[in-house]
Design a protein around this ligand. Sequence first.
Ligand code: ATP
Length: 319
Amino acid sequence: MKKIGVLTSGGDAPGMNAAIRSVTRAAIFNELKVVGIQRGYQGLIEGDIQDMNRSSVGDIIHRGGTILRSARSKEFMTEKGFQKALDVLKIFGIDGLVVIGGDGSFRGAKKLSNSGFPTIGIPGTIDNDLGYTDFTIGFDTAVNTVVNAISNLRDTSSSHGRANIVEVMGRYCGDIALYAGLAGGAENIIIPEIDFNMDEICKKLISGRVRGKLHSIIIVAEGVGKPYDIAKEIQERTDIETRVTIMGHLQRGGTPTAQDRILASSLGAKSVELLLQGKKGRVVGIKDNKIVDQDIDEALLVEKNIDQEMYDLTKILSI
Ligand code: ATP
């Protein structure tokens, strides 16, 4: 192993830059050459590749987004595109690759490693939807962004005596909604993993109003869908004015939290260590506060479950 490449793929996440920095610096520390591949697998196919040095990754640890940019590449999923990518890796003399991205990016990494090319995956996605790791890079920052938004909404919600529905990201995974809901003191959390009961939600809103409560925050994970329909039904059934806020891409940006930077720094260095040990087809993560690595095929099969205890706690604390 003399030269490694690093790329970011799929949806961007705050902390990806800290991971790129860690991979680059750990590689240079171990006397490896490093190249940065722009725009994920698409840039790889096109040979959009530059040499990286210590200063290429200077002053980026605190920046959201990714200096390598990110992309979704349909071409890489074709046999021709995939072969092109393998050719480019050979032409540029790259011996190992670190892919920072979500489950889709990991499937691409798996394909590369199955074809014999040493590839390691780092979980970079705000959704926290990978079962093998407790946390993905970007999740903590996204949760903090939502918690700040909830605080702002509480002020205006109280002034007008309104209910607020906040839609957060996380297609099939309710983790952002759950964590931000607990930290933000939301009254109701609606996530795709657990059926919700509209009667219960309305009953809670009405009894809150009777007690003199002025605000109510209902967090809805994107995967549940139809936040405006939910708002309409609540308003019709409770007579409480209900507004909708869609967090959208605001959750993807921003300066990464210390937790995300630490996770990214640890996982980046771990990936380089694995490549130096001759390992391939593995993904890195954090389990019970320990940095771990696992076979990529096995990792992709681990089911992602919601933390039921945490969900139950939110119900107790929002009575
Ligand atoms: P996020 O979770 O933020 O959406 P992701 O990594 O899951 O990130 P995807 O768009 O699913 O995002 O995947 C990123 C890229 O990985 C795709 O555009 C494609 O190039 C590649 N990829 C995805 N699935 C496969 C697959 N089965 N085989 C080969 N490559 C794949």
